[in-house]
Structures are given as C-alpha cells and as structure tokens.
Design a protein around this ligand. Structure first.
Ligand code: ADP
Ligand code: MG
Length: 388
C-alpha cells in the first residue's frame, strides 16, 4: 500500500508513451518509429565519488523521461519537449561547443552516438516526462538515456552509457562522473545498483524495504551543475590525488589525506575517502537489514557533505534534520548538491507525518514549499511498446 502523501506522481508508462507519441505527431505530422523511456534516480549514498574512481549506490525512480523518435537520413535534427523550447539544426551543429541549454543533452546524444558508430543520420525527437528538472534526481541522464535507447535499443548498454556521458560532459559541459547514466540504463526493479568506478563493475543489491518507504524531498532550490561549484569540487579532488601521488582518491588512505597541508583540499579529499567507505558500510547494513546502521552512515555522510565537501544548503540540512526528528530511520541530501533533493528511509506509517513536518518547517523558515516523491525502486531504460 502506498503511503498517503502529497507527491509528484510518476505517471503510467503506457499513458505517458501514448501522450508523447501524440505530441510527436502534432509537432512533426507523422508517427515516431520508437518511444524510449529512461528513469531518474535517487542516490542512496556515495556523493562525488564516481569521478574519483569510487563507489555509488543509486536507485532508479518510477519517474521517467519519454522520448519519441523518428530517424532521418538528411543530417537534420529537430527536437522538442513538453518541458522546453524546440531546437532545430544539423547533426554537425551538435558537436562540443554547439548548442547551450537542453538541446545539448538531447542532441548531444545523437552526436555522440554517431561518433560511436551507433547513431542515425538525423532525427525528429519529442520528449516529455515526470522527473523534476534540476532537482538532483538526474533528469539530464534520464533525457539522454531515453533518446539513446530510442536511437539504438539493441546496442550494448555500456556503449550507450559512454555516449550519454560524452553528451553531458563534452556537449552540455557538465563535468559529472557517470553514475546517472549507468543507473538509468542498468537499474533493476527492487534493487539498488552498486557501481564501482575503479573496476567499472556493477552489482544489483536487493533493496527489501518491507514496510519502509524511500521518501525523496525536492527542496526546489535548483542547482546548476555547469555553474562552477561542481567543477571546483572536482578540481580540488584532482589536486588532492596529485599531491598524494595516486591516480585517483580511490587509492588514497585517510591517514595520507590527513597529511595534506591545504585545509580546503584536505577536507574535500576526506569527504571522498570516507564517503567511499560509507557506501560499503551501507551495502553491508542493507544486506543485514540493519536500519540503525544505515541511519548512522547516512548521518555521517550528511555531516561530511555539509562540513567537508560544502555542497549542502540550509534547505537540505533542514529537510534531513526534520525527517529524522519526525521518524525517518535514515536521511541525507542526495545528488550533486548546491540545492536539489534529500532522501529519507521512513517507516510507511510515518511517511505522511515526515512530509508534513518538513512542509511546516519550510514555511517557518521562509523556504519555498518542497515537493515529495515516493521512490519505489524501479527498472532501467527501455523501449515502451507502441499500441497498434
Ligand atoms: P538534474 O539532472 O539533477 O535534473 P541537471 O542540471 O543535470 O539536473 O539537468 C537538468 C537539465 O536537463 C535541464 O535544465 C534541461 O536542460 C535538461 N532536461 C532534463 N529533462 C528535460 C526534459 N524533459 N525536457 C527538456 N530538457 C530537459
Ligand atoms: Mg543531471
């Protein structure tokens, strides 16, 4: 039974696919060849560890992006979205240094897939979805991966992930680390996905929530991963690895990190090294069903993101603290930070109370009203069958 809480609904896949198909036909005057679907995600733990060769533990949301697509052969690209303005140009216009804004994500994938020899010679695309934009729930990778599976549904998922990562980092200019695209493409229902960016291995971790809900709270303070904060964290991590003489912070020990002279670089590296350890601790605790241990690990993660990595915000700190006060077993901010969402593990019977307590605290603090989502662990990207 779903707990009663005012929430952003994921929508029904068949209905959303039918609706995006209709919108495609209205925009372009003919039917799409395929509709791709890819989910947003909530990261349980492991923040800013992907680009440091570390571990992450995301879960795919039931909320997803749908891309209706018809290939073209004339090099032209037309993309439109229920959530954004249309863009039109050529495949060559979509190379790095090309469009800014959302076309870089959607169109960038078309460019990167062609570069990888998996693409099409142009396309018409229409996009719609229920993943909130800029909420730290990875609408960007949901968009990229929905387009990618619509272009090349049978391609190897690792190749699709690589093309989507190129679109995001090289065309859109967001220096993110690859977690989002992997989980959008590889997630399995009822599981979290443990990704090891040191070995490039993934493992499906059964997530038996039995009587508990993953409650996501979007603080509606929008982050922008292209505006410098994310990149400067990444630079600090690279500097730390250079100072320690290791290829990535995955290879650094806490002892070595504590010896870094620069106070800021030391704190950044300390977050990464301790956060990677916390991912392993969380997986172990989940496998034992030890929710107290998950709670303790999330608490230390939140403190590390607030104090050492400095990516939390007053809204996120408040959402996390209030969730725990109101009965959550575990809570932390999730995603790249500087805004976005928190995630809490809440006994089903406390979900409505936790959401209401956060809403009330936000009114008192003068924050924007937050939005809540129930994150039922869902499956990864694929085609949605079109009715005849
Ligand atoms: P997040 O991935 O956490 O939602 P990002 O800043 O990484 O935040 O990506 C958000 C951007 O992705 C939006 O500003 C927009 O450019 C693009 N985007 C995502 N979903 C859509 C969509 N359905 N339609 C148009 N653009 C989208
Ligand atoms: Mg994103």
């Amino acid at each position: 039974m779903q707990p009663q809480v005012d929430q952003v609904e994921p929508g029904v896949p068949e209905e959303l696919a039918a609706s995006v198909r209709r919108a495609f036909e209205e925009s372009y005057g003919g039917p799409p060849a395929r509709v791709g679907r890819a989910p947003g995600r909530v990261n349980l733990i492991g923040e800013h560890t992907d680009y440091n060769g570390g571990l992450v533990l995301p879960v795919a949301l039931p909320h997803a992006t749908y891309a209706a697509l018809a290939p073209r052969t004339d090099g032209r690209v037309r993309i439109d979205s229920r959530q954004a303005e249309p863009w039109e140009g050529t495949l060559d216009d979509l190379a790095p240094g090309g469009p800014s804004g959302w076309a870089a994500y959607a169109g960038g994938v078309l460019w990167a897939l062609r570069e990888a020899g998996l693409g099409v010679e142009g396309a018409d695309v229409y996009v719609d979805g229920t993943v909130p934009l800029g909420a730290g729930l990875s609408s960007s990778a949901a968009l990229e991966c929905a387009v990618a599976v619509a272009v090349a549904p049978d391609a190897d998922r690792a190749d699709l992930a690589a093309a989507c990562i190129r679109a995001e980092t090289e065309v859109a200019g967001a220096p993110t680390g690859g977690m989002d695209q992997h989980v959008a493409l590889l997630a399995r229902e009822g599981h979290a996905l443990l990704i090891d960016f040191g070995s490039d291995e993934t493992r499906q971790v059964p997530l038996d929530l039995a009587g508990r809900t993953l409650l996501v709270t979007d603080t509606r303070v929008s982050h922008a991963l292209t505006d410098g904060g994310y990149g400067s964290r990444r630079d600090d991590c690279e500097e730390a690895a250079r100072l320690l003489g290791v290829p990535s912070l995955r290879e650094a020990t806490l002892d070595a990190v504590e010896g870094i002279a620069d106070e800021r670089v030391r704190r950044r590296a300390r977050h990464v090294v301790t956060e990677i350890a916390r991912v392993t601790e969380t997986v172990d605790a989940l496998e034992r069903g030890d929710w107290d241990a998950v709670g303790a690990t999330f608490r230390r993660s939140q403190a590390s993101m607030r104090d050492d990595f400095e990516i939390s915000t007053p809204e996120l700190d408040a959402a996390v603290a209030i969730a725990v006060e109101a009965g959550a077993l575990a809570a932390r901010m999730t995603g790249g930070g500087f805004g976005g969402s928190s995630v809490a593990i809440v006994p089903d019977e406390r979900v409505a109370a936790v959401a209401r307590a956060i809403d009330a605290a936000f009114v008192l603090e003068g924050f924007r009203a937050p939005a809540h989502l129930v994150a039922t662990p869902s499956g990864g990207a694929g085609l949605v069958p079109l009715p005849a």
